[in-house]
Design a protein around this ligand. Structure first.
Ligand code: ZN
Length: 130
């Protein structure tokens, strides 16, 4: 009995990365599949088109998770920056690293905001009964 349950959990976790409904894993969370146009990139369906599960709650904007993701991505940038350009306290390379990280985080922001909403919704659904 526990094996199918476990399979369902991993399926729904894939849905989180694909911005799918946390209940059925098939319906899209967002009205637009692409982040463009940016003005509509965070527009969500009120209810899942497949299973009818409510997707918009008062609190599901996930700003805290977005902040955490942004900080994580900001420092993960060191993984490509350091081998390519090098980092040293003797020159201005730290400032160039910070500037490039800011640019990367700003460019990724539409996807990060969508993903953080998705993560927040999945976490909320784990503890919600209805
Ligand atoms: Zn659904």
């Amino acid at each position: 009995m526990s094996a199918p349950n476990k399979e369902k959990k991993s399926l729904s976790l894939m849905g989180m990365f694909r911005n799918r409904c946390p209940h059925c894993g098939k319906g899209h969370l967002y009205v637009k599949k692409s982040v463009f146009p940016l003005s509509k990139c965070l527009k969500m369906h009120k209810h899942c088109k497949i299973c009818g599960k409510q997707l918009i709650y008062e609190t599901n904007n996930g700003p805290g998770i977005n902040y955490a993701l942004t900080v994580i991505i900001f420092f993960i940038n060191v993984l490509w920056y350091w081998p390519l350009f090098g980092l040293s306290y003797k020159d201005n390379s730290v400032y160039y690293f910070l500037a490039s990280s800011i640019v990367v985080v700003l460019v990724l922001q539409p996807w990060l905001m969508r993903f953080s909403r998705s993560v927040y919704l999945y976490i909320m659904m784990m503890f919600r009964e209805d």
